[in-house]
Each structure stands twice: as C-alpha cells, then as structure tokens.
Design a protein around this ligand. Sequence first.
Ligand SMILES: Nc1ncnc2c1ncn2[C@@H]1O[C@H](COP(=O)(O)OP(=O)(O)OP(=O)(O)O)[C@@H](O)[C@H]1O
Ligand SMILES: [Mg+2]
Length: 343
Amino acid sequence: MAKISIGLDIGFTSIKVVALDLSAKLPKVISFGSIVSPQPGISSEADIELEAVATAIKNLLQAAKIEGNEVTIALPESKIFTRVIDDLPPLTDKELASAITFAAEEFIPLPVSELSLNYQVLSRSKEKTSKTVVLVVGSPTGLINKYIKVLNLSNLKPKAIETEIIAAARSLVGNNPLSPTTLILQMGASTTDFAAVSHGMIWQTRSIATGGLALTRALAAHLNFELPQAEEYKKTYGLVQDALAGKVFEGLKPVADIIVGETRRVIQSYETKYPQDKIKRVILSGGGSKLPGFVIYFANNLGVEVQDGDPWAMLAKEPALSAKLASAGSLYTVAVGLALREQ
Ligand SMILES: Nc1ncnc2c1ncn2[C@@H]1O[C@H](COP(=O)(O)OP(=O)(O)OP(=O)(O)O)[C@@H](O)[C@H]1O
Ligand SMILES: [Mg+2]
C-alpha cells in the first residue's frame, strides 16, 4: 500500500510541495509543484497576510492533486537558533537534557520558556576524556504557532516541524555514513544556509542574511534598474563573465564574493575543529543557486569540488516526469527532504 508523505516548504518567494511514496525501498516521486508566495506572506504577523499564504497553499495542493492533510514543514533558518555544542563532559541522559538547556541560555537571546528545544546527539563520550557533541535547535514557540496557524487555515496538520538545513541535508546527502564529508549550501531568497555533513550527520551550521534577493538588489543598484528587470537580467546572464560586456557580472560579484567568503570560513572552521576530516565537496542548492555560472565561479574560487544539488537523484520517478524534475532542479531540495522524513 502507498505511504504518501508530503513536504511543504513555505519560502519567502515561493511555496514548494513534494509528495513521495515511502512504501517502497526507494522513495518514489508522486507529485510536486510550486506557487509564488504572496507578499509579505509568511514573514508577516497579520492574520490577513497569513490567510493569503493559506489560500496560496490550498491552490498549490489542488493544482498538484495532493489530497493528504498531514504535512511536514520547515522553519526558516534565519528565525531559529541552531548550534553544535561540543564541549560537554560525559553525562547521563537526564544530565544531558539539563546541560543543553543551560548551554542554550548562553547562545539563544530568548528566555528558555519561549523556546522549543530539540537536540540530536552526534557523538557520545565513553571515557572521561572524549567529548559529547550535540546538535541543538531552539525554535521560538511564537514562530511555531504562526506556522501551525497557517496550516490550520489551509486545512492541514503538521506531521513534523524541522529546520530547512536539516531537510536539505537529508535530501542531498541522506544518512549514508559512507558519503564523503560535504558542505551543503542552501540559498533561498532571503538567506544562505550552510551545513557541514559527515557520517550522515550535521556537525556545523551557519546562516547569513545574504541570498538571491541581495544579488538582485545589488544588480538593480549597479545598473540603475527596477527590481523585476534586475531579476530577469540576473537569471539570464548571472555570473557569466563576458555577457553584456561584463556589466551583470560586475554588479553581482560583490554579493557572490560575500557568499564565497562565508563558504570558505565555514570550511576553515570545520577543518580547524576536525583536522582529520577535510570537506571533500560543496553542494549548491536552493533557487538562488540556479544562477548561471554559479557552480563554476564557486569552483574557481574555492579549490574544492563543487556540485549542483539534485534532490531527485536518489528517488524513483516515472520516465514521463524526468524532464520536468530536471528543470525544477534544486528548488525542491528542502521540500524533498521534508517529505523524506519518516515520522
Ligand atoms: N534561474 C535562476 N537564476 C538565478 N536566481 C534564481 C533563479 N531561479 C530562482 N532564483 C532566485 O532564487 C530565489 C528563490 O529561491 P527559493 O525559492 O529557494 O527561495 P525561497 O525558499 O522562496 O526563499 P527563503 O528560503 O529565503 O524563504 C530568488 O532570489 C530568485 O531570484
Ligand atoms: Mg527556502
């Protein structure tokens, strides 16, 4: 019997949905689709704006012919607090839970009473000398409630709520302990999120407020264009150096370099902590990474293997869908990762 799982990624510029059948060994793509996000959309606190988001979600599910009412969603990396805590001594489970609450107070500027704290143990110390390493995610309860409200308005229920970068890591690397150590770069409109993944687990994360929108804004300022026109030029010419006498490249380069620079810093920081485990490849993902010339620009500037993320690679699909999936590309990375979550 089919076991349909639905991933819903409510982004700043677009809302994406993916339905997978998880009953077979290889999860199978049943349906997918996207719709433009209303503005200001999910970033607003006003009921009327959230209702507009709910209407868009209902329209999207109808167009994609998806009927289930339980969905897995992601919270935006920019609004939550993710941190790897790696200096804990050997502890019992109970001690660990309170140590994490204590540590969270240090890195999260919100009272613990307004947070939902989740954690995943990455490495457990066995002897007195080695460290316990834990991935901690603190999500403001107000934020969670807002997303649940939008789901309710869409006649949906949350099956699970997680973070964008955890979903992206699941879809691009999975939990295969034999995958090479990878840095995932997930670039949306408002943020670019990073995760270093080794042995099927996330060891380091980072999020910066520079994404596809920052590229468009920089280009608009450089060419003295309105945003919609700059968006078109960005998508058409991107970082291809000789197009339009290099004008588009020049406008985008300062922002692209911020992202490359941050990528380099995340790699350095990971490799300083884990000198035996170098980052072997960088995978670029998210709508923002569809920028023409982006992969080559990264590869030239980083000196590490750089790949275009393909969230569909490890899934079964009808041949008739293949061409559509290829052009949709990594826009669906987060939605696929959400749908791949087992429970
Ligand atoms: N072909 C393309 N070339 C360059 N940029 C693109 C292309 N297609 C989409 N983008 C950019 O990708 C961004 C949207 O990507 P995505 O849908 O992943 O973001 P989002 O999920 O809506 O945003 P966020 O994750 O920040 O909430 C926009 O900034 C858009 O300009
Ligand atoms: Mg997104």
